[in-house]
Design a protein around this ligand. Structure first.
Ligand SMILES: [Zn+2]
Length: 263
């Protein structure tokens, strides 16, 4: 499964809507009259391959905008190529900041809403919603079991994360495109919130019982139904356990806060 998820493949989401899925994902969507690209990979040398796939699937529809969910290096490498090739405008929270209400992009076929959802991975995270396709881009807010925060995990950030996930779940998306790895549905988003709450509750319980760190790690086995999640067993579960354990031990993360925050 791991290798398969890391072999580049072109996933058709709908007519004129494709995700080139690999470790890093890039998508292009024909809005009708023009196309938008979502995220722009890590490796500039993929330009030729990406542009020929784009031409093969969209014909001569011009790319007018590149929308970056955030500006980490592994989401922006092809930005200059799209500027050069199409004169595309780059939209992200660094160079063209959106207000809290976001921005709509409309064409004759479909529309797209780019909306800031800051603080869960970076201060500049955006999500993108395509109502006609019920498709949601979540960037790196979903990390296959990873706690996406780059800030410290504590009550405030945990609650923000859960509240943001509530907003994502409210879309009731049929297709969810993460920044990395295979496409998912709202089911995996929901499963992650359950997993996160479970991790916090179980860790807190074991800490109160006086268990040591090794004992806690042993007892918090990866849930059976998540064992097939991309890279989950390799390191993501272990990383999440460490982060939660550290925050709980320091008294920064409590079950009460998590239960209040989000639904
Ligand atoms: Zn990132």
């Amino acid at each position: 499964m791991t290798n398969d998820a890391e072999t580049p493949k072109l996933v058709p989401v709908a007519d004129g809507f494709f995700v080139r899925q690999e470790i890093d994902n890039i998508a292009w969507v024909d809005l009708g009259g023009y196309a938008v690209v979502v995220d722009a990979l890590e490796h500039p040398e993929k330009e030729d391959e990406v542009f020929s796939a784009l031409a093969r699937t969209l014909g001569d529809v011009p790319v007018r905008y590149v929308l970056n969910t955030h500006t980490h290096y592994d989401h922006v490498a092809l930005n200059p190529a799209f500027q050069r090739y199409f004169g595309a405008e780059i939209i992200n929270q660094q160079i063209a900041p959106l207000g809290p209400e976001g921005r709509w992009f409309r064409g004759s076929r479909r529309s797209l809403h780019m909306l800031p959802a800051p603080g869960c991975h970076t201060e500049e995270d955006c999500v993108l919603w395509l109502p006609e396709d019920r498709a949601l881009f979540v960037g790196d807010l979903f990390g296959w079991g990873l706690i996406p925060l780059t800030r410290a995990l504590r009550n405030e950030t945990a609650v923000l994360l859960l509240e943001t996930y509530d907003r994502l779940l409210a879309y009731d998306a049929a297709v969810v495109v993460p920044g990395h790895g295979p496409l998912i549905t709202s089911g995996e988003l929901r499963r992650w919130t359950e997993y996160f709450r479970w991790l916090v509750a179980e860790t807190a319980r074991l800490v109160v019982e006086g268990a040591d760190d090794d004992g806690i790690r042993r007892q918090l086995a990866p849930p059976q139904d998540m064992r097939g999640w991309w890279r989950f067993l390799a390191w993501k579960h272990e990383d999440s356990v460490s982060k939660v354990l550290r925050a709980v031990r320091r008294g920064l993360l409590t079950v009460a806060a998590i239960q209040r925050g989000g639904s």
